[in-house]
Write a protein that binds this ligand. Structure first.
Ligand SMILES: Cc1cc2nc3c(=O)[nH]c(=O)nc-3n(C[C@H](O)[C@H](O)[C@H](O)COP(=O)(O)O)c2cc1C
Length: 349
């Protein structure tokens, strides 16, 4: 009986991987990430040449060409493995970090493991990041890291998504203690990440106290797992959570206020150069892109995804010039203004 249940669970997990991709494409990111309330000002005296603008950056002791990463999305089935292959090629082409999707599905399934390993096979020298639930144990963390010779491991927080899944977890006790243990023992940097609902000041403070030094704020404004899971789950309507979450720009302000020395990856609805730049001016250390690149890859193909990233990085450089920033560290000194809802909410932080 136990074996049957385990096999059923495994099959369900595999099915879910492909369903997420299917329903992701049917869902539409409708909510604002808050960056329209962040205003940058033109610098008429940039004192720089365009050719000298550098987006080069050091992350996890490796040089990368831009502080932008491809976030955790997929792997586990043949279809999702093909997507991982293309995402890995993009990461190599632009020399940017890449995280794989949750690896739990691959722990006792060598074929599924291959769909994650191919990311490292293609991206031999670059930064490849493992991913699993923050509810996992340390042995699973070791397995995920070893599977792809990972430079770091992401632990995802997804209580909102689980609550919208008919088969989702209902127990969230002890997760912080779990994170604390993994952060102490993993042997590689641990990045705790949200998945589209944003981290608050309090959450970031608790993670810092637990020894976490890297977070990905995963704010509201892009991929919406309430919408994705609502399409999968016909048993219960979760539309009351449709607008739940902390907009990315606000979450960034909150998390930076919680700690001045955490490495903050800003993600959640990032799709434009201006948003990457705003995040870096607001003291994020890096930006991450998920749904935006996946959608282009799936709907328009590999060449379009490559063109998109090429243009995005070019536009980042143009904006750096127009802000008078010769390198990424200069962006930290660029002033920005807040307006509207984000300004109002930031005042009460
Ligand atoms: C199809 C799909 C699958 C995802 N699977 C994972 C996952 O396995 N692990 C994880 O940490 N995040 C996962 N995410 C969440 C992203 O990493 C990211 O946190 C979220 O989509 C918000 O960023 P975005 O608005 O740029 O997409 C997934 C996202 C998408 C679109």
């Amino acid at each position: 009986m136990g074996v049957v249940q385990t096999e059923d669970r495994k099959a369900a997990r595999m099915k879910r991987k492909d369903e997420h991709l299917k329903y992701f494409l049917m869902s539409r990111p409708s909510r604002s990430n808050g960056f329209t309330d962040v205003v940058l000002q033109n610098n008429s005296l940039p004192d720089a040449d365009f050719d000298e603008i550098s987006t080069e950056y050091v992350f996890l002791n490796k040089y990368i060409d831009c502080p932008l990463m491809i976030n955790a999305m997929t792997g586990g089935t043949e279809y999702s493995g093909d997507i991982n292959r293309e995402l890995a090629r993009l990461a190599v082409k632009f020399n940017i970090p890449i995280a794989v999707g949750s690896q739990t599905v691959a722990f006792d399934n060598p074929e599924a493991a291959d769909t994650f390993k191919r990311v490292r096979d293609i991206n031999r020298d670059g930064i490849v990041i493992a991913n699993l639930s923050a509810n996992s144990d340390i042995d699973d963390a070791y397995k995920a890291i070893d599977m792809i010779d990972a430079d770091a491991v992401q632990l995802h927080l997804n209580a909102v998504q689980e609550m919208c899944m008919a088969e989702g977890d209902r127990s969230f006790r002890g997760v912080l203690d779990n994170i604390k243990e993994i952060a102490a023992l993993a042997g590689v940097p641990v990045i705790v990440k949200e998945t589209g609902f944003g981290m608050s000041f309090e959450t970031a403070g608790k993670l810092y106290a637990a020894g976490v030094r890297y977070i990905d704020i995963g704010g509201k404004g892009g991929t919406n797992f309430v919408s994705i899971e609502s399409l999968r789950n016909s048993e219960r309507n979760c539309s009351f959570l449709e607008d739940w979450g902390i907009p990315t720009a606000l979450s960034l302000l909150e998390c930076r206020k919680a700690s001045s020395d955490m490495f903050i990856i800003c993600s959640g609805g990032i799709s434009k150069a201006e948003e990457v730049i705003k995040a870096l001016c607001m003291d994020a250390d890096m930006a991450a892109i998920g749904g935006a690149i996946l959608r282009i890859l799936l709907e328009q193909g590999c060449d379009a995804a490559e063109k998109y990233l090429e243009e995005l990085i070019y536009e980042i450089k143009v904006l750096m010039l127009l802000l008078g920033a010769r390198d990424v560290s200069d962006l930290k000194n660029v002033q920005y203004l807040l307006k509207g809802e984000i300004r109002e909410l930031a005042l009460s932080l």
